[in-house]
Design a protein. Structure first.
Length: 312
């Protein structure tokens, strides 16, 4: 089966594609894909729970050429011993990989590693060898200042308390604990991708509080980790948010998940917010579309295709 795409279309920092050029992955992978990231050279890093691609062993991570063929220059050895759930590309094309794994190519690592562009471990990144995170890493965001936001089901990073959200320096060491989500057990935080030059970060997930404030499943923070008081989500989302994106051009936020309301207003699985947290009433998004899109964070890129619907 072949498909194709040309020039990417951007929504926030998420890329969708228009189908014109051949992209043929053949039979593909043998299990779930949970994460995708496109490098500046248009090569595609793919993570998940699979162990093979077109019959070739690829344990939970691989890289494709732009035509869908396997890139043999990306060498992962024995790969990961657990699922890959998140991938992020740095500006230097180094690859951040998060998940439930505790080793990469036979070397112990704590659910987050950084790889060089050829697949080898980046030995300058300390979490490649440290204890790392105590629970699954669900999402990774590289900020414009090169600090790294990590969200997931963890409560400890390298022996330090970090409840479901941590911010790391570019070398993998932790910044001071200014991020303070007050989430229930197993409450992943999803930092929202955004290519706009900004020091603020939007977060979404299952949580119902941040620090001492009651906030339902979405929040925006300043660069210091404090709540951004200019963002008012009202009563927030009625249920879990599993995917979120910020549009680069105007800061509009699209959220998808299992919810059926946002701040009292009916919104079934997909909602778009203004930059101040108010509901964007200028567009109507198809009921239920967001639930289908948001059930798995690995399908975030599909959300961009659905976000621009007909005005009401």
């Amino acid at each position: 089966m072949s498909a194709a795409f040309t020039g990417p279309t951007w929504f926030g920092s998420m890329m969708t594609a228009r189908w014109t050029q051949v992209f043929d992955p053949g039979a593909g992978v043998n299990s779930t894909v949970s994460a995708l990231a496109v490098q500046t050279n248009s090569k595609i890093v793919v993570g998940g729970s699979f162990t093979a691609f077109n019959g070739i062993p690829c344990t939970r991570l691989l890289r494709l050429n732009s035509d869908g063929t396997l890139d043999p220059a990306f060498i992962i050895g024995t790969g990961f011993d657990g699922s890959v759930t998140s991938v992020a590309i740095q500006s230097d094309n180094k690859i951040l990989v998060g998940g439930s794994f505790t080793s990469y190519n036979g070397t112990a690592c704590g659910r987050l590693v950084r790889l060089n562009s050829d697949g080898s471990p980046d030995t300058t990144f300390v979490t490649n060898t440290g204890a790392g995170f105590s629970g699954t890493v669900n999402s990774i965001l590289v900020q414009t200042d090169n600090l790294i936001l990590v969200g997931g089901g963890f409560t400890v990073f390298n022996g330090q308390g970090r409840n479901y959200l941590a911010r790391l320096k570019s070398d993998g060491t932790s910044t001071p604990p200014s991020l303070r989500p007050a989430a229930p057990s197993m409450a992943p935080c999803i930092p929202s991708p955004c290519s706009r030059p900004t020091t603020r970060s939007s977060l979404a997930g299952l949580f119902t509080g941040y620090d001492t404030a009651a906030l339902n499943r979405i929040v925006r923070l300043t660069s210091t980790g404090a709540l951004d008081v200019t963002f008012n989500s009202g009563t927030g989302f009625s249920n879990t948010v599993t995917a979120v994106a910020v549009r680069a051009t105007d800061g509009l936020i699209v959220a998808a998940g299992a919810f059926n309301a946002y701040s009292i207003a009916s919104r079934h699985g997909l909602a778009r917010l203004n930059g101040d947290g108010s509901l964007d009433a200028a567009r109507t998004l198809a009921p239920g579309a967001g639930h289908r899109l948001g059930r798995r964070a690995d399908r975030r890129r599909q959300m961009a295709d659905r976000a621009e619907c007909s005005p009401t």
